[in-house]
Ligand binder design. Structure first.
Ligand code: BMA
Length: 334
């Protein structure tokens, strides 16, 4: 008996804090907006040429429909210059799939095109699908329309071609669960060679049945580092938490390591209470000039935007000590 207790105690160490919440949180709320809205959350993020931060925020209006609005800040924390009017609005005449709004943008800078690619959810009468647009300045956009039919969301483009093909990560829904896939295209319009990239676990796991990529993957010397969300259904609601997985740089569908536990979860009041309780939902990050500090921008409780800081090096070493190779992992646990 005492042997059992001491081994349980030995495994009950304090968990490591990988992302530190900014004391100014939440950094953006509906009351900051220059026009009347319900809420602002789930923002894509990127650095602009002058080093300032741009957030492309999901704004929900007071009909319940979402559009996107850009906010710019020199330090990425405060003094946000918010566009006076919506930046990218659903255009249901030309793109009927946007009739119930556009949501959750992920931004990727694509050096080959010298443009930003924005992948977002377009909410059609047939359910949510993935749409793609290109922009140079977040003022005018070239829309490609739906690239992944419903039910599909949580998409981002990789910043460069893989073996000659563009690669889009996305999350189709099936009656058997919601898993992360990757698809390839020669021209950003026609997509194929679909591959299952990361499966939701099953049973009691924190990331059972429904997962999705959160911000676009982070390119590191060891592979594509993905922050993904796992949705735990509870009798009263759901909890959105974040985990980590690492993928091969040349063959991104190949998972090298997956963390076992979540590494960030709703804890602060603004994450636990809001329009949708217990949600942390990052759609973007920026990396500081040191190449290691990561600023993670996340929607909190579908009601505001918050910021947490971490270190890419620490995320990777956490994965080494808290993860498994997907191949060696005992699949009966999933
Ligand atoms: C997901 C997405 C997110 C949202 C989350 C929690 O399915 O729709 O936009 O933040 O649910 O409501």
């Amino acid at each position: 008996m005492s042997v059992v207790i001491s081994s349980v105690k030995a495994t009950m160490k304090q968990y490591e804090t990988l992302f530190h919440r900014h004391p100014a949180n939440p950094i953006l709320t509906g009351s900051d907006w220059p026009y009347s809205i319900n809420s602002v959350f789930n923002a894509g993020a990127t650095l602009l040429q002058d080093g300032s931060t741009l957030l492309l925020c999901r704004v929900e209006d007071r009909r319940g429909l979402s559009h996107l609005c850009a906010a710019r800040s020199r330090n990425g924390v405060d003094d946000w210059q918010i566009d006076r009017e919506p930046t990218l609005v659903p255009n249901a005449d030309q793109f009927p799939e946007e009739v119930w709004g556009i949501e959750d943008p992920r931004i990727t800078y694509v050096p080959e095109l010298k443009k930003f690619a924005v992948a977002y959810t377009s909410y059609s009468r047939g359910g949510p699908g993935v749409s793609l647009a290109l922009t140079e300045d977040f003022r005018s956009f070239e829309r490609f329309g739906v690239v992944m039919v419903p039910d599909d969301k949580d998409a981002a483009l990789l910043p460069r071609r893989i073996n000659g093909f563009w690669a889009l990560i996305h999350r189709p829904m099936t009656p058997l669960g919601a898993h992360v896939w990757i698809s390839y295209s020669p021209d950003l319009r026609h997509w194929g060679s679909h591959k299952l990239m990361l499966e939701a676990r099953r049973g009691a796991w924190w990331d059972a049945n429904k997962i999705g990529m959160s911000p676009p993957p982070i390119e590191t010397s060891r592979g594509w580092l993905m922050i993904y969300h796992g949705v735990r259904r509870t009798p009263s609601s759901s909890i959105y938490r974040l985990g980590l997985a690492l993928f091969d740089i040349q063959q991104p569908e190949k998972c090298l390591i997956r963390g076992d536990s979540w590494m960030f979860a709703p804890e602060a009041e603004y994450e636990r209470r809001g329009d949708v309780q217990d949600v942390v939902f990052p759609c973007g990050y920026t990396v500081a000039t040191d190449g290691d500090t990561i600023n993670l921008y996340y929607g909190a409780a579908d009601s505001s935007i918050a910021l947490a800081r971490g270190s890419i090096r620490s995320l990777l070493s956490w994965l080494d000590s808290n993860g498994h190779s997907e191949h060696s992992c005992d699949r009966r646990h999933k």
